[in-house]
Design a protein around this ligand. Sequence first.
Ligand SMILES: Cc1cc2nc3c(=O)[nH]c(=O)nc-3n(C[C@H](O)[C@H](O)[C@H](O)COP(=O)(O)OP(=O)(O)OC[C@H]3O[C@@H](n4cnc5c(N)ncnc54)[C@H](O)[C@@H]3O)c2cc1C
Length: 340
Amino acid sequence: MKSLIYEHHPLTDMTTFGVPAHARFLVALKQTDDIPYILGDVRFAHMPIMILGGGSNILFTKDFEGCIIKNEISYLDILSETDDHVIVSVGAGYDWHDFVMYATERGWGGVENLALIPGTVGAAPVQNIGAYGIEVAETIVSIDVYNRVTGNYEELLASDCAFGYRTSIFKTTARDTYIITGVVFRLSKNAQPRTTYAALVQYLDEQNISHPSLIDIRDAVIAIRRSKLPDPRVLGNAGSFFKNPYITQDAYHALLAVYPDMPSFEADADHVKVPAAFLIDRAGWKGRRIGAVGVHDKQALVIVHYGGGTGQDIVDLAHAIQADVFEKYGIHIEPEVNVW
Ligand SMILES: Cc1cc2nc3c(=O)[nH]c(=O)nc-3n(C[C@H](O)[C@H](O)[C@H](O)COP(=O)(O)OP(=O)(O)OC[C@H]3O[C@@H](n4cnc5c(N)ncnc54)[C@H](O)[C@@H]3O)c2cc1C
């Protein structure tokens, strides 16, 4: 077995929030074949098990009295290639942004709008990461998993994964069933740049780029993200703390009467999605600090940890924001971050 097992391991540097916590056991998973041996280890037999990637979407509020398997399986293999596209298989522990850089440098399109999202390739399908008008599910062919219930290695097709807005079976119905070991992507060699997102259009206009390449898009996304989002290496955070809520058309029109500038997007006949950032900002939370934690001054969706705080401080702040938003707008906003 190549994987390494640690006891009483600190988790502070293993999540981007950087709050203190310990794991009873931590396994650095180096290869897929080790999984049955790890899960069969008598020391972990009656303990909760959780999978950790880069820790950029997880908040620990207490010590984890179980075994954390940190996915460090890293490979990148081209499975097939035509003039039109490439099928590439990537290890779950491969750094997501490194994969985006690798793909865009080779002219493979599909993930360029998802540049600079922290974390691992294996976690990308879990919440179907999305940004700047794209979701990762659009490029996924299949997912290699270890099924903890049957003890088998399996391949799930993208159509098996119930991908939706920041969700999939890995977050819902099959939450504790699968360990994702790798993801197979189909990337285009003739990709048309996706520039529907207003901030991206504006940035490209400002740079006088009228026919952007994949690399122009990637670099624009990187520049916009750097200008808006705090770098977790400098200021603890997990990106957007809340999801954008869907509300009924009727509720939206009632709110419009009070807040005529309330934005909305992705409407269907019955529902619209409203930006949680707008609700939180208008409720007066943007830039507000309570002790060691606060709401980022440039992006109201991002809760930040200034240092010296705990996971519970962050949860308390999140609850206060949720209660205030509900009181002011009658809308319940749900966390995007996985709280343990
Ligand atoms: C500054 C910043 C910006 C961000 N911007 C975005 C954004 O634009 N769009 C977006 O969608 N997200 C964004 N995020 C959130 C986060 O980066 C993504 O959700 C990312 O995919 C998490 O990857 P991770 O490896 O860090 O996962 P972790 O935080 O380690 O884990 C996340 C969840 O996935 C599960 N998991 C992880 N790996 C596996 C595996 N191999 N098998 C099974 N389950 C697994 C974990 O148990 C956990 O429930 C941002 C975060 C930060 C800090």
